[in-house]
Write a protein that binds this ligand. Structure first.
Ligand code: FAD
Ligand code: NAI
Length: 476
């Protein structure tokens, strides 16, 4: 006998579990299926984000940053810290316990919201006789659910490089990169995108000699050029070696490590030998095992599930959200889509504003932005005014001992509406939220400039950058 639900969500990452909770809040009878297993074979909902993405990477970034502070910056404060050592296995165990707290938190939230959780792989069987779809759950036991509506939130997987398959011992995806058991002497990364920079930073801080090979000739092409340049300067100073414009050739994997043949930007043949290689060249949408063909679910040319602006697929009553559809592969984008779909199912007006989705790269300095970059505004032929303010002139940044970077505002030349805010510096992952709120409310740069900001705080750099749009900074 199959179990009947108003909604069956396939995938329990940030897209799926949040959609399930919101649908339940709106009075629907909801099931969520997720196949992720913890090391004991039990359920570990939360998807890539919780298990091998956002959360564990930030845990390792925090531990490695403490280590770097103790070694390099405590002395500035008059603190003597000798013999500082990193116990990598303890660091990794702490990361694992942070992950588990998040897994358990989601299971608790399912109970609290009366979402029925099923541990196993969900796949389409067929359209149900009286509407909706039959979904098979293959787990410890096999069950069949019928959902009047289905939300697919099956996420993404690391993109592999042909000829260098992930063995998670020497050639690592994000999964293996978060489980390295000892600091490698030499670490190579291919791809200087978000994962390359975050993971490269972790292991560099712990003492690895890190080289990142990037195919494109520009560094962080999606980031505002001025901000990317400032970040690159800081990474160079830290000793994170980034080679741009390379063409990766043959990769040899042996017991001793990995040898990467490549051509550098001058066209010279090079070889990079490393103990470990992390491949971080983007991610691919995941529809493995969904049996989407059986019901005629359409994919696009990238293998993502084809959806319209409302996350509707080509099948009536079937929706898809998060990494498995178009758009940025970010946890908060997946969550917003999950909420919007649940609200649309309930007849409400769910909405996701793609123009105000923030991006954060959690390196040190952090990089954060929302809206359009200066190069995009130029390409779009928009007349704009720019204002920047350096953390060097911010009292709180000086007190923190971290004055790298700046805040940059881009506002419409005529209306003064904020078109983009770009930041590189201390704790900008938190500062960017103010810019997101401002842009969501269509604020002008002057609106931010007129708001009282606490002193001394890093947020004063945001106010000053807004003042800089009108060329009237007070502290610079
Ligand atoms: P996922 O989180 O991938 O979840 C999909 C879930 O569905 C998984 O649990 C999977 O097991 C399950 N599943 C798949 N198929 C089936 C099936 N047939 N049946 C049952 N279950 C199934 N984003 C940020 O915003 N901030 C960050 O700091 C950040 N850091 C990251 C760091 C790393 C190293 C990586 C790899 C990613 C990071 N991301 C970050 C991206 C973020 O993890 C993803 O955008 C987000 O997880 C996407 O959510 P999702 O729900 O679409 O998919
Ligand atoms: P990415 O898209 O950020 O970067 C991939 C990089 O690899 C690009 O610079 C690209 O030019 C380069 N590249 C591609 N093919 C190459 C090749 N053959 N040789 C050399 N270089 C090559 O992808 P990444 O870092 O794998 O991360 C995947 C996604 O996960 C991100 O785009 C982001 O959506 C998400 N993520 C988000 C984080 C955050 O929000 N802080 C942290 C980590 C990941």
């Amino acid at each position: 006998m199959s179990k009947q639900f108003d909604v069956v969500v396939i995938g329990g990452g940030p897209g799926g579990y949040i959609a399930a909770i919101r649908a339940a809040q709106l009075g629907m009878n909801v099931a969520c299926i997720d196949e992720w297993k913890n090391d004991k074979g039990g359920p570990a909902p939360g998807g890539t984000c919780t298990n091998v993405g956002c959360i564990p990477s930030k845990a390792l970034l925090q531990s490695s940053e403490h280590f770097e502070h103790a070694n390099k910056h405590f002395a500035d404060h008059g603190i003597t810290a000798t013999g500082v050592k990193m116990d990598v296995s303890k660091m990794v165990a702490r990361k694992d316990s942070v992950v588990k707290q998040n897994n358990d938190g989601i299971l608790y939230l399912f109970k609290k919201n009366k979402v029925s959780f099923f541990h196993g792989r969900g796949s389409f069987v067929k359209a149900a006789a009286d509407g909706g779809y039959e979904i098979k759950v293959a787990g410890a036991t096999e069950e069949t659910l019928v959902g009047k509506q289905i939300i697919i939130a099956t996420g993404s997987n690391a993109r592999a490089l042909p000829g260098a398959e992930f063995d998670e011992v020497n050639i690592l995806s994000n999964d293996g990169a978060l489980r390295i058991g000892a600091v490698p002497k030499k670490l190579a990364l291919i791809g200087s995108g978000v994962i390359g920079l975050e993971m490269g930073s972790v292991w560099r801080r712990l003492g690895a000699e890190v080289t990142v090979l990037e195919g494109l000739p520009t560094f962080l092409g999606a980031v505002d050029e001025q901000i990317a340049k400032e970040a690159k300067k800081a990474f160079d100073k830290q000793g994170l070696k980034i080679e741009l414009g390379v063409k990766v050739g043959e990769i040899k994997n042996s017991k001793k490590g990995v040898s990467i043949a490549y051509t550098n930007s001058k066209g010279e043949a090079q070889t990079l030998d490393a103990d470990k290689l992390i491949i971080s060249i983007g991610r691919v949408p995941n529809t493995i095992g969904l049996n989407a063909e059986s019901v005629g679910l359409q994919l696009d040319e990238r293998g993502a599930i084809a959806v319209d602006g409302d996350c509707k697929t080509n099948l009536p009553g079937v929706w898809a959200v998060g990494d498995v559809v178009r758009g940025p592969m970010l946890a908060h984008k997946a969550e917003e889509e999950g909420v919007a779909v649940a609200e649309r199912m309930a007849g409400q007006h769910g909405h996701v504003n793609f123009n105000t989705i923030p991006w954060v790269i959690y390196t040190s300095p952090e990089i954060a932005w929302v809206g359009r970059t200066e190069q995009q505004l130029k390409a779009d032929g928009v007349k704009y005014k720019a204002g920047t303010f350096p953390f060097l002139a911010n009292g709180r940044a000086r007190a923190l001992g971290d004055t790298t970077g700046m805040v940059k505002f881009l506002a419409d030349a005529v209306t003064d509406e904020i078109l983009g805010v770009h930041m590189v510096g201390p704790q900008v992952s938190e500062l960017i939220a103010e810019a997101v709120v401002a842009m969501e409310f269509k604020a002008s740069a002057e609106d931010i400039a007129r708001i009282c900001h606490a002193h001394p705080s890093l947020s004063e750099a945001t106010k000053e950058a807004a003042l800089a749009v009108d060329k009237r900074t007070l502290n610079f």
